[in-house]
Every structure is written in structure tokens, then in C-alpha cells.
Design a protein around this ligand. Sequence first.
Ligand code: CS2
Ligand code: MG
Length: 412
Amino acid sequence: MTGAGSLIRSAEVLVTSPGRNFVTLRLTTEDGVVGLGDATLNGRELAVVSYLRDHVVPMLIGRDAQRIEDTWQFLYRSAYWRRGPVTMTAVAAVDVALWDIKARTAGLPLYQLLGGASRDGVLVYGHAAGRTTPELFDSIRSQLAEGFRAIRVQTSVPGIDKVYGVSSQPPTGRYQYEPAHRAPLPVEEDWDSRAYLRHLPGVVEAVRAEFGAELPLLHDAHHRLTPIQAARLGKDLEPYDLFWLEDCTPAENQEALRLVRHHTTTPLALGEVLNTIWDYQTLIREQLIDYVRSSVTHAGGITGLRRILDFAGQYQIKSGMHGPTDVSPVGMAAATHLSLAIHNFGIQEYMQHSRLTDEVFRQSFRWADGHLHPGEEPGLGVDYDDDAAGRHPYEPAYLPFNRLKDGTVHDW
Ligand code: CS2
Ligand code: MG
């Protein structure tokens, strides 16, 4: 019900670091209804904190929390400067917090306000990695034992010291991979695309031979290949029927995917670093990808990502929302509600958070048979524990960067 009670009384930007940094926006209305939004941007958290605390929060106090679309358009257009991960993560945090308030006010789980459930649960994929093929096999088995029914596989590469997605330590049970290093400056790692291209197909072939043809396998190339290298990898992996090859080449140049698409039928997922519908315009209109990777947290919230996915649905492109540990449980909950409701759902990433994180963010997720359900609590179904959060102060942490053998900086 719109009225004085739905006006925003307070807006808090909360920073905590239970093993990794998280930024959360908490809005409270005059009626005392609380809404949470994830504002975490791995390695640039404080930029979003300042964007929200110094520039957005003063505009929110006294605004009607029920006016979600108007607030989204106001924040997007009144800044004058547009798009980008910091801006769209800040807009997303406000958007999700307002959706949380609206659903809590209605006494309904958020997905019921997004059209209701289109499926019983959200298929998620787990993460397996290994420095060697036997280690990778063990990691896959442990993910299958956890109940995952689709698995991303990442492997080390001979001659390269550290590779994205693979811990340099021997695995200890559940896959835990936190790429950001707690250090005052980013850590340098090394890369060699030719060595990777020679090595990976054989590893995927061995996985298929060991685990059979049915298990949905995904792989993340993490922006490190040129378009022709990506085309070659897609082609080399065709016999192993991947569910998707992710971020095969940097996507700022959307047209680069024309070349990849021309050479391979391996399904392509892309876009976790993209944050507006404009970043996808060519990719979607020319059907250059099969899955949209953006998360609710980094693509302007429920309002922003829903628009992208509705556009994608016209071209039979599906969702594949980004869900690493650096999307907080608030962001994961928002994603799961949206994944449950939309028609063109594909799959969702689920890199389980740590016990320390779960103490800060109390969630009502249900997990069964490889599927997530956001639960039936009003709103997102996540509560923030200030006492637990207060035990983990912020620490600077940065994602690594790569250099090639000749010293040239390269995508990590
Ligand atoms: C990765 C991410 O999960 C993925 O697909 O690309 O883990 C990515 O490396 C991190 O989100 C970066 O913070
Ligand atoms: Mg990725």
C-alpha cells in the first residue's frame, strides 16, 4: 500500500568480510519493512560503497519504496554517466532491496511477484577442478556426491604455475575457490594460451570417458583466448558435447563472437562482466551466444536483468546466471527467485558459500537433487546478522592478473 509508511526512512551500506568481502545495502521504510540488496563487486568493493553511500543514499531517503521502476530509471538517468560495473551494481543493490521490501510487504516470496514459478526448482551447476586428471576426477566425484547434476570442470595446464579456477593447494573436500587475494595489491599469475589449447581437449575427453556421455559438463575459458583460438577450442571440444563453453573471448567486441560462431556448434555462454542490455545487443540479435551470464547483482538488479533476459528469450537464448562466492547470498537469492520465474531459464551457477558467510546471511534456500529453490519466506528469504557481520571487518582483496611469458599483461 503506497503511503507515508512506504517511504524510505534509512539506507545503510554494510561491509563485512567473513572470509571474503561483501557489500550489502539495507533499506528500511517508515513502517519498518526491511529490504536487502547485494552490492558486492569483487576487488572494487569500496568503489560501490562510495557510489552508494556518498551519492545514492542521500537521494533515497524519503523516496517511496513501492516505486521500483521509477527509482531504477531515476538512478540510471540522473547520474548522467551511464553503464559500467560500479554504477550497475549500485543500481542493482537498490533495485533488489526495493523488490525485497515489496514482496515482504505483500507477504509473498519474491518469485510470486515475478509471475510465479515456471518450474519446481532451479537446476544449478557445481565446480570441479584439479591440478591433475586424477585430482579432477576426485573433485567431480565429490560434487556428484554433494548432489550436483551438472558440473563445471577446470584444470591446471602443464608449464603454467597458477590457473584461474584451480586451487594451488590439494583439494580438501567441498570445492572452495576464492580468487581474490587478501593483499594490498593484485597478485601476478602467468598464462600461455597455446599450452592451454593443447592440454584442455584431452582432459575433457578423459572426463567424458570416465563419467559417460550424459553428465552436463561446462568449462570457463575466462576471457583468455583470441577469437580464432576460441573458435579452435570450441571446435576441438565438439566431440565431448559440452553444456557450454564460457567467456571464450573478451566480449567488449561483441562482433568477435561472429567468428567463433562461424566455426563451432559448441554452445557459448558469456557476459558475467557485462552489465546492461546494450552490452548484449549484437550478441543477442545475431544469436552469437546461447546463455546470458550476467548476475542480478551486476546487471542492474531484477529490473535490469529481467529486461536482458526477455530480449534474449525472443532469440531462444537462455539464462545462465553467474553465481560465484563473490555474489553474496542476497544476490544468489535474487537470482534464484528470477530463475524460478522466467520461461527462458537455462542453468544457474552455485558456488556454495562458506559457513562463516552463512552465519552473516541467514538464508531459506532449499537444495535437493541438484536443484535450488528460494523458499517460501516473504521477500528474498535472506536475513542479515549484524553481530556476525561485525566480527569480520573489511580487508583489501584483489583479483589476480596474468602476464604472458614475454611479460605482456593478459586477461586473467
Ligand atoms: C568465474 C568467476 O564463476 C565464474 O564463472 O568467472 O568466479 C569470476 O572469476 C569471479 O566472479 C571474479 O570475481
Ligand atoms: Mg566465469
